[in-house]
Design a protein around this ligand. Structure first.
Ligand code: AMP
Length: 400
């Protein structure tokens, strides 16, 4: 049984990067990246990770968690070797690419080689990368198992295993794959688990994957100083398109992310917007990975204003310019809501989340309120009946 050592938040944490003893290569890359101060999760974990201890950290995307583990890993590995020594498991392709980008950023003054291994695209390029003796592999569990089965990857030298968004990995049913991968990595490796929520399934994984893990909980979840203004509109299902157009007109933003419940609805909304002369694109599971990447690049470059997405884009998407997230439909779970709205208000900016609540989704409001700890208008928990068309708003308490 793993003993979990709770690290109290009141304990003093580091306030500058220089105190962490990171390698000079990592420090130079940090300076180039313009990060001046560590975020809370970085302050609370980099030293622990550098010391080689196992870790369970509760941290959301947006908290700076990727750098929290990428910096000490890059510092530790320093030089390229013949077999991968760090393995980062992530739930989605998008997150794989973003994590890879952080490793490339922090490893730019080293000769460490990193690649992302994920499904939905041909294997050719990934096989070529694996043949080049990688040091750091960022992968989604399914494709990684494919590569293991074909003897394309040897995990016998792994020194650090990271489970990023552990809760999401389990939500997506990856537990069997994680267990299979666990059998292939040395028992002596260091394990780092990051999770937005720590429920019983995550806790049981902690017991399976870690030894004497230190637990770190970040109180504020964002890169400071961030806040997300949340607004809620009660609306009938058939009134959503008109309301969306009105909201878009009012906010007049060049970077809006709209979430729908289904892929079909995403296409529908995109077409509706285009008919109204709004430049919109869509991203969801039916769009090929290549097209998704192209669309995201264009979105990042500001080539169109509104991206309509399903929950495929709810996690990991890190585009600081997104000023508004609009929940055309509410998501099924409160944690998806938290992740969706976390696509705005990133890296120190403010953001706005606007949610449409139709009568058939009113039951989802209670779950969201439970997670927030107060009702949608900020008063003690109680769901109000829809009166139609009303707008409620409050400023979140650094909420993500
Ligand atoms: P993450 O939680 O890893 O998804 O990071 C969220 C965003 O915060 C990314 O855009 C990072 O580049 C940025 N970030 C991470 N650490 C810092 C820091 N110490 N200072 C400023 N931005 C940061």
């Amino acid at each position: 049984m793993t003993t979990l050592t709770e690290l109290g938040l009141s304990k003093p944490t580091m306030s500058t990067f220089t105190e962490f003893g990171l390698s000079k290569h990592a420090m130079s890359a940090l300076t180039d990246a313009g990060y001046t101060e560590p975020t809370e999760i970085q302050s609370g974990t980099i030293d622990i990770i550098s010391s080689g201890k196992d870790l369970l950290a509760s941290a959301q995307t947006g908290s700076g968690k990727t750098a929290a583990y990428a910096l000490p890993i890059v510092s530790r590995l320093q030089r390229s070797a013949s077999k991968p020594r760090a393995l980062i498991l992530v739930p989605t392709r998008e997150l794989a690419l973003q994590v890879l980008a952080q490793f490339k950023l922090f490893g730019k003054y080293t000769n460490l080689r990193a690649a992302a291994i994920y499904g939905g695209v041909g294997m050719g390029e990934q096989i070529r990368a694996l043949r080049q003796s990688l040091d750091i592999v960022v992968g989604t569990p399914g494709r990684l198992i494919d590569c293991m089965t074909r003897n394309l990857i040897d995990l016998s030298n792994i020194e650090v295993l990271v489970l990023d968004e552990a809760d999401r990995l389990l939500d997506l049913g990856f537990a069997p794959q994680l267990r299979r991968i666990n059998k292939q990595v040395p028992k002596t490796r260091q394990t780092l688990m990051f999770s937005a929520t720590i429920d019983s399934s995550v806790a049981s994984m902690v017991n399976e994957f870690t030894r004497d893990a230190v637990v770190v909980k970040a109180a504020s979840k964002n890169v400071e100083p961030t806040s997300i203004d949340q607004k809620f509109h009660h609306v009938n299902e058939y009134g959503k398109d008109e309301l969306l157009l009105k909201v878009l007109k009012d906010i007049d933003s060049s970077s809006v992310l709209v979430f729908t419940m289904t892929k079909r609805k995403a296409t529908w909304v995109k077409n509706r917007l285009r008919n109204a002369n709004v430049m919109a694109e869509e991203i969801h599971g039916d769009i090929s990975q290549n097209k998704r990447e192209r669309t995201l690049k264009q979105y990042r470059n500001g080539e169109f204003a509104v991206l309509v997405a399903t929950d495929v884009a709810a996690r990991g998407l890190d585009i600081p310019s997104i000023s508004h997230v609009i929940n055309y439909d509410l998501p099924n779970t409160a944690s998806d809501y938290v992740h969706r709205i976390g696509r705005t208000g990133r890296a120190g900016r403010t953001g706005t989340a606007v949610s449409f609540i139709s009568q058939d989704q009113i039951h989802l409001v209670r779950d969201i309120e439970k997670v927030m700890g107060h009702s949608l208008d900020g008063s003690p928990l109680a769901v109000r009946k829809s009166t139609g068309g009303g707008v409620r708003r409050f400023r979140s308490r650094r909420y993500r």
